[in-house]
Design a protein around this ligand. Structure first.
Ligand SMILES: Nc1ncnc2c1ncn2[C@@H]1O[C@H](COP(=O)(O)OP(=O)(O)OP(=O)(O)O)[C@@H](O)[C@H]1O
Ligand SMILES: [Mg+2]
Length: 256
């Protein structure tokens, strides 16, 4: 008998309903993709907070916003992070992408053989053993490796392997200038991570023909889960993201 892995529920209103068997298989690596301001960071802080509520240990790695800004961002949505930080369930930590690129460089020259890099010292604090990791964002890390794309790829492979072997459910933010999965041409710039990831969640800025704007979300893929594949309406409210799993977009619109 095959036993289904336990499922992680984001508890983001409406989101989990897009997955028929109830949630994201634990241990999955999920890309959270979208254009500027599409809600990627809020998606992550909200699920991070909700995971703590469920007693999970969460590491939030920020490459973009300083810790204090993230905390106040969370507070604005009514997420009391302090409580979970004190309990040791939540660790918000800011990283410098250039430091990571430099350490990888150093490890590679020390190891001589590129496959020998050990990701642990470079990224995940040793003393914290998280169930969930959010990385905001891979794009920031990628830009620190500019001109060294093969190194970035090695680093990504190691990172995915590490997360998998430690059974960590991870949410990895990726900024996209345009939706990469829509249209005739598939474009991925130097970050072949779509194939490494178990799941892809796309957040969209929507522009309607009449000039109005809206937001939408789609689960593009999720290994080991039966997903509802459609682009549905989403809002950002004072309490965070809200997904409308039964409302598809109407009229003429463009996704950006
Ligand atoms: N309290 C709020 N109520 C409604 N909308 C909000 C609120 N706070 C933030 N927003 C909206 O959320 C959007 C930003 O979301 P978020 O920071 O998650 O985007 P992002 O995809 O991470 O962007 P970036 O690529 O710039 O990092 C803003 O464009 C803003 O319009
Ligand atoms: Mg962001």
């Amino acid at each position: 008998m095959v036993i289904d892995p336990p499922k992680f529920k984001t508890l983001i209103p409406g989101f989990d309903e897009l997955i028929r068997n109830g949630g994201i298989p634990e241990g999955s690596s999920i890309l959270v993709e979208g254009g500027p301001g599409s809600g990627k960071t809020i998606f992550c802080i909200q699920l991070a907070y909700n995971a703590c509520k469920q007693g999970k240990k969460v590491l939030f790695m920020s490459f973009e916003e300083p810790e204090e800004r993230l905390r106040s961002h969370m507070k604005n949505f009514g997420f009391d992070t302090e409580k979970y930080e004190k309990k040791g369930l939540l660790l918000i930590k800011r990283f410098n992408a250039l430091d990571i690129a430099r350490s990888v460089e150093a490890l590679l020259s020390e190891a001589k053989r590129e496959l020998l890099i050990e990701i642990q010292p470079v990224l995940i604090p040793k003393s914290f053993d998280p169930d969930i990791v959010c990385i905001d964002s891979l794009s920031a890390i990628a830009s620190a490796f500019s001109g060294e794309e093969s190194r970035f790829r090695i680093y990504m492979e190691q990172l995915f392997r590490y997360l998998e072997s430690h059974k960590i459910t991870s949410f990895l933010v990726r900024e996209t200038a345009n939706p990469t999965h829509i249209g005739a041409v598939y474009v991925e710039h130097g970050e072949a991570v779509s194939f490494l990831a178990d799941g892809i969640i796309c957040l969209y800025n929507v522009i309607y023909k009449n000039g109005e704007r809206g937001r939408a979300l789609e689960i593009l893929k999720l290994r080991g889960a039966d997903i509802i594949t459609k682009i549905v309406k989403m809002d950002i409210t004072r309490r965070g993201l809200k997904v409308y799993p039964h409302i598809t977009l109407k009229g003429e619109y463009k996704l950006t």
